[in-house]
Design a protein around this ligand. Sequence first.
Ligand code: M6R
Length: 606
Amino acid sequence: MCGIIGISSNKPVSANIINSLKKLEYRGYDSAGIATLSDGQINEVKSEGRVDNLENNFDLKNLRGNIGIGHVRWATHGIPNSLNAHPHSSHNVSVVHNGIIENSTILKKHLINKGHEFKSQTDTEVIVHLITENLKTSELEEAITKTLEQLDGSFALGIVFRDIPDLIVGARRGSPLAVGYGPNENYLGSDSYALKSMTNKITYLDDGEFCVVKKDQVLFFNEDGKKINKKILEMSSNETNYDKGDFKHFMAKEIEEQPITIKTGIKEYIDNVNKEINIFNFPWKIEEIKSITLIGCGTAYHSCLMAKYWFEELTNLDVSIDIASEFRYRKNRFKKDTLYVFVSQSGETADTYAALDLCNKNSMKTCAIVNVIESSIARDSNFVLPIHCGPEIGVASTKAFLGQILVLYILALKLGSLRNEIEKKEYQEKIKDLKDLPGLIEKTLSYDNDIQAISSTFNEAKGSMFLGRGYSYPIALEGALKLKELSYVHAEGYPAGEMKHGPLALIEEGMPVVVLAPKDSYYKKTISNLQEVVARGAKVLLITNKSKDEVVSENIWETIEVENTNDDLFPFLLTIPLQKLAYYSALKKGYDIDKPRNLAKSVTVE
Ligand code: M6R
């Protein structure tokens, strides 16, 4: 992952580099650093931890230089400390890197034999020394081309040179990189978000390309070192709110924003007057699609699993789902009549992108469901369905999950109707029910206090389990992921019916177990599984929907009731208390909720 920024200007750059690095912290936050060029030298400053630490540890206002690069790191090679923080520099070359150099060990040996001295444990440092070495015998562009040829793996690079002090080189293979254009200055950045406060004019590098960024000119080259022309894109300039407002954390704000997320999604895709779903410019005829494969990572994968249930129910298509890091290395049988759907909030997740790339190389039909519409996954898919959530800053995905499952549900409904698998009346009923969803989410959000109290038990326990069947099973997985990600306590999501095949052995007196059991067609079966864990001493938190019905069991520890809706839509409501449970558990522990340890928002390494 890691975030990269570079600025070439006619005025000092350190303040703008710092501002951009703060925006890039969602890509990594275990160390940060800057290198500027001034008075014939490279000025390098770096610190362990956040950008704030860098600011506190150095007098950055007095860091001179009209050209510079900056980096926030998510460690791959070498522990997160200031020595391994980027930039890495030789006497002449300074480099920031996002990605992994897979042949770094061999290259390092070769460079040590040539007399190069290494200071860090990183793979990145080999790039510094390779360029330094190649510059001894070649001009800049040739030296860069040679260096890139010698590297295996993935990278986005920003490079400055003591002896060529008027430019920054950027290079891309696998990891995203953009160039931005400003008045008397130009930029390099991991994404348009990092550059947004400075420009809305962007060019994205494609794989294999590199660029030379001067304050008044940008040149692009292909992997053979030949000059190429590239388009400048104007990004939408609507200033979105990146503020926490009155909330303590972005996550809390993003949880509360979910009624708006759903309202916006519905507005974008649903014509309420005609009770119809609008998916414009869908590039394929319905007869051309016989099966669907949904691919994602983490929470986005849970969205895929959720969608599998809806697609099977509503479209009667063959549906398979895959974790992107598995899909990309498996021997896949690509089928022309399969629609490959890539789900990603950031649109930059390396494994998901690689899976998409594989499908594109095999000329498959590809569709992206993303939040960031300027992202690599959106740009390289045949068709894009945005989730319209606005920026999600908290590392734990909340509103993007609901946004993803909403778009997937809408797509399933539309395909089901086009395939005549749903009666018109039922189709319109389901569309009508969707209209009520934002209000139901809002009400569910208001049940807060119980969850705050309940969260302590999860923090004190050795571990916990989250169980569900059918539509509730993906939500159980998502609830467990949220809890481990934020509270660092072990939590396991399981299909309730699987417990007796092994995991039941984990249940002991007092273990908290969340059972998701809305009164849908799976209800009775789930309640039997609930009884099985209660009988073995579990403290069951039952999450169900409101009703005056029977007492499920006298031995249930706590019950949370969500609003009533149709069976398809319970997953949206069940998610809310689970997000809050994770939030309050982490809050009680005093953990960094928006930036949990060891993680990053955008996972651009595999
Ligand atoms: O940006 P993406 O949706 O592709 O990210 C995928 C996962 O890294 C992400 O959902 C991750 O699992 C979340 N941090 C979970 O809350």
